[in-house]
Design a binder for this molecule. Structure first.
Ligand code: ADP
Ligand code: MG
Length: 595
């Protein structure tokens, strides 16, 4: 078109589109799920705005989402009455602004990642090029005229004011010129709006029977018919199949969280999770909790532990505020970026909260301040930690489970720990109220755990009689720590020592002072006591000259003191950190951070 303005795709977006268009990925119908999810988001947005401004909706049915297929022209179109996009939105959202997920997704794809995860990287729209070679986006936002965005995925797109299509009123229609006839009606459940499909249907119609036409009735039946007096008086008809077209409702809009947990099957929860998290891997959530809170503040909630941590969970940990819970007030969707429903360390959880105790017709900012939110948050944390605790309890420790029966739940907590263990540690640091509860969930390896993960409770149950402290050592790896001279005597005396090998563990141990009345003792620090040694006083006396000479030989600033110790058995000497100083491992971490 002559008056169309041309734009280049941002470079990363262009690369992404190349990957998609050339992909041999067979599960192509994921594009439909992405488009339905975008349409649903757009409907959510306009519905939210209409809470404070009724005028915004305009006339007509405002919660519609329609899918239509023109078989001859091979055009599949998806139309919503959502918020729509202005010209500027079209330019930014569909081509010129690269989101952080764009390059992350391109990288994933280049190392053989799963295209199915596209929605999680915030670039789901481009999946249309799995099935189409030409795409038009017609959109009308309340603040602008109707525009058409179009692209053949050749590095550029064009935008024109729409003077030829039917006016949409408001909303968006995506038209896919599909390469092959592909259309699947899946993934449409749990979308909060009715989805209508313009579909063909075979129906039975009665038509006057044509006497001359060939019929398949046998002679016997004809005879019977003529014998029947009644039938002779009626006009003769026959039934034929005819194809008609009509809008067919695809999804049963039924809110899972309003049902009783007893009535919802595991499969339904898994499906619900997949649509909430836009995660369409085959993997089931590791656990979930569905409950109804009553009392001063009423709400229903469903929480899920995802099977995998998102690609950027800890990368953006300190920059993100948002929790991944969808907030509904009296069945109306409010936001999925609501701050402060859960603390940061639990932001990996997915789920939904629907409360009757919050007001509907107020701004998001006012809602954010509402006093009920504090109570909701507190209960959500408690329920979330209970759910994780249950996962840990159901996961039988292999060394004690002697039944030999294969348990489906086995290994689930180890999986959880590998994906989200760091979140539990961050929780211990950040959440003083729940510190003990979180410490119970802590897992680690030790000198006696035999390559498996073990817990503080298990450590305590194995403590030697007379042992007062819980011993641990920090470093870069278990292999490195196993060789440490600090362990010599402890191993010899059969004391168990915990290995902490994650950089976050150093910070963790500044907050975790004790557990079940037992103090934590870093075995590379001053203060290690392994019981009384009757000879220690004599030894101290007879080596006095040596220790004094040594202390003087080392420049005064370098060491605080030189002492006779009973903590070694093979090595002649070891450098110990002062009780309140940084451990050598912490020095190492701090150094690597300032470099
Ligand atoms: P995401 O949905 O994760 O943001 P997408 O690539 O699916 O990523 O969509 C990009 C953006 O395009 C959306 O954030 C939204 O702003 C806009 N968009 C896409 N489809 C629609 C639609 N049907 N109505 C309004 N805006 C849309
Ligand atoms: Mg999307």
């Amino acid at each position: 078109r002559g008056d169309a303005e041309k734009f280049e795709f941002q470079a990363e977006v262009s690369r992404l589109m190349d990957i998609i268009i050339n992909s041999l990925y067979s599960n192509k119908d994921i594009f439909l799920r992405e488009l339905i999810s975008n349409a649903s988001d757009a409907l959510d947005k306009i519905r939210f705005l209409s809470l404070t401004d009724k005028e915004i909706l305009g006339e007509g049915d405002n919660t519609k989402l329609e899918i239509q297929l023109d078989k001859e022209k091979k055009i599949l179109s998806i139309r919503d009455r959502g918020i729509g996009m202005t010209k500027e939105d079209l330019i930014k959202n569909l081509g010129t602004i690269a989101k952080s997920g764009t390059s992350a997704f391109v990288e994933k794809m280049q190392s053989g990642g799963d295209l199915n995860l596209i929605g999680q990287f915030g670039v789901g729209f481009y999946s249309v090029y799995l099935v189409a070679d030409y795409v038009e986006v017609v959109s009308k936002h309340n603040d602008d005229k109707q525009y058409v965005w179009e692209s053949k995925a050749d590095g550029s797109f064009a935008i024109s004011e729409d003077t030829w299509n039917e006016p949409l009123g408001r909303g968006t229609e995506i038209r896919l010129h599909v390469r092959e006839e592909e259309l699947v009606k899946r993934y449409s459940e749990f979308i909060n709006f009715p989805i209508h499909l313009w579909a063909s249907k075979e129906i039975d119609v009665e038509v006057p029977a044509d006497e001359t036409a060939e019929t398949e009735t046998s002679e016997d039946e004809e005879k019977e018919e003529t014998d029947d007096e009644d039938s002779e008086k009626k006009p003769k008809t026959k039934t034929v199949k005819e194809t008609t077209y009509d809008w067919e409702l695809l999804n049963d809009v039924k809110a899972i969280w309003l049902r009783s947990p007893k009535e919802v099957t595991d499969e339904e929860y898994a499906k619900f999770y997949h649509s909430l998290a836009k995660d369409f891997s085959e993997e089931k959530p590791l656990s979930w909790s569905h409950f109804n809170a009553e009392g001063d503040v009423e709400f229903r909630a469903v929480l899920f532990v995802p099977p995998k941590a998102p690609h950027d969970l800890y990368e953006s940990y300190y920059n993100t505020q948002k929790s991944n819970l969808k907030l509904y007030v009296r069945r109306v969707f409010i936001s999925d970026e609501f701050d402060d429903l859960l603390p940061k360390y639990l932001s990996f959880l997915r789920g939904l909260v629907d409360s009757d105790s919050l007001p509907l017709n107020v701004s998001r900012e006012m809602l954010q301040q509402h006093s009920s939110l504090k109570t909701i948050k507190k209960k959500l944390i408690r329920k979330a930690l209970d759910m994780i605790r249950r996962l840990a309890d159901e996961d039988p420790d292999e060394s004690t489970d002697k039944t030999g029966i294969l348990n489906e739940k086995k290994g689930q907590y180890t999986k959880f720990w590998n994906e989200f263990g760091k979140s539990i540690k961050l929780g211990i640091i950040e959440d003083a109220t729940n510190r003990h509860r979180l410490a119970k969930l802590l897992r680690f390896e030790s000198t006696k755990s035999d390559g498996k993960l073990t817990s503080l409770d298990q450590y305590i149950s194995r403590m030697k009689s007379g042992q007062k402290d819980i011993f641990y050592i920090t470093g870069t790896s278990k292999e490195q720590l196993e060789k440490s001279p600090f362990l010599e005597k402890l191993n010899k005396k059969n004391y168990e020592v915990i290995f902490f090998t994650d950089p976050v563990d150093e910070y963790l141990m500044q907050y975790l002072m004790d557990y079940e009345d037992k103090k934590f003792q870093n075995v590379s620090k001053e203060g290690l006591s392994l019981g009384k040694d009757s000879k220690s006083k004599d030894l101290k006396e007879s080596f006095k000259d040596l220790t004094k000479w040594w202390k003087d030989a080392l420049a005064a600033d370098n060491v605080d003191s030189v002492k006779i110790s009973n903590r070694l058995s093979g090595s002649p000497c070891v450098v110990v950190t002062g009780k309140y100083g940084w451990s050598a491992n912490m020095e190492r971490i701090m150094q690597s951070q300032t470099l």
